[in-house]
Write a protein that binds this ligand. Sequence first.
Ligand code: PLP
Length: 376
Amino acid sequence: MKRIYLSSPTMHGEEQQYVKEAFDTNWVAPLGPNVSALEKEMAEYLGNGVYTSALSAGTAAIHLSMKILGIGQGDIVFSPSLTFSATVNPAVYEGARPVFIDSERDTWNMDPEALEKAFEKYPDVKAVLMVHLYGTPAKIDEILKICDDHRVPVIEDSAESLSSTYKGKQTGTFGRTGIVSLNGNKIITSSGGGLMVSHNEEDTKKATFLATQARDPARYYQHSHIGYNYRMSNVVAGVARGQLIHIEEHKALKKEIYRTYREAFSDIEEISMNPMNADADANNWLSCILLSEGCRITPEKIQNELEEKCNAESRPIWKPMQLQPVFSDCDFIKTGEKDVSADIFARGLCLPSDIKNTKEDMDLIIGTVRKLFGKA
Ligand SMILES: *Cc1c(COP(=O)(O)O)cnc(C)c1O
């Protein structure tokens, strides 16, 4: 039985063309024309006059954002609780202390009310990480307004939301810096890589400088800063260029998967889909379900059933950061009694969202879930 994936790479052909060019011209390393072309093409795609720096990973882009914003020992950084650990790890690399902010129900992203509350408790916070979970844009205007009022910069982790727009503008272009990830399971992939995005060319130049061992402009190797080896290779950039051509196509297919699940489960009261933001056009990177409170079928049961009956890969919702052993000493800010992010974690599941899924694959997955709820 074939494997049905959560979200695996989908290649087209142009990728190999760009990689072949890199080999033919021996621009296999170190840098080369694909890297600068990708930076230009990604900046053009994102629009709004941004610049980009091509790096080895989205995580590296978050780390260099920390360096550029001067985040250091003992600084407070706010992060949504419901995210992947890579959002916040780079703050810890720099000795900063994360404080986790609960989710709201409307988009599953950082709750502006909880954020406001966190600012009261930690007025000296140095940066706010904003994430667009599973591709659904956060309440960007509300979050930016609060951060602007407090004059605190936003690092926009748009690793999951490349091609999602908010009020017509691409996510990744709203923060002081933005993050693109080209990791293997994202909406497009370079096999692994990322970019840092900024409206300020100085920021991206600084990112590129730090990413290439922070070498001073001198005849010999001289260093006035601690550098990193975070630059994207020319081969990897070739794959990314070939993928970028197809991003809108990938987005349309992801949206179709979401619509298909939503329609298929519309008569099952216990199932709702991950929410959309009315101000946004999401890329639907992963389609997720949320089971009603007290539902007799658990997410784990559905996950096991999809594995056994369909050979299909599903995945729990990101386990919230305040529940992670490694962050057990970090503060967590919520507005009410209930921990919303923990609730979504407990009741949610990411369904197979691979754009190569056939109609038969989707029918099999949907039929298996429906059967669990006693529906034909
Ligand atoms: C994937 C991901 C990252 C990390 O990107 P990499 O390119 O894998 O380093 C960061 N944040 C979020 C929310 C992600 O999903």
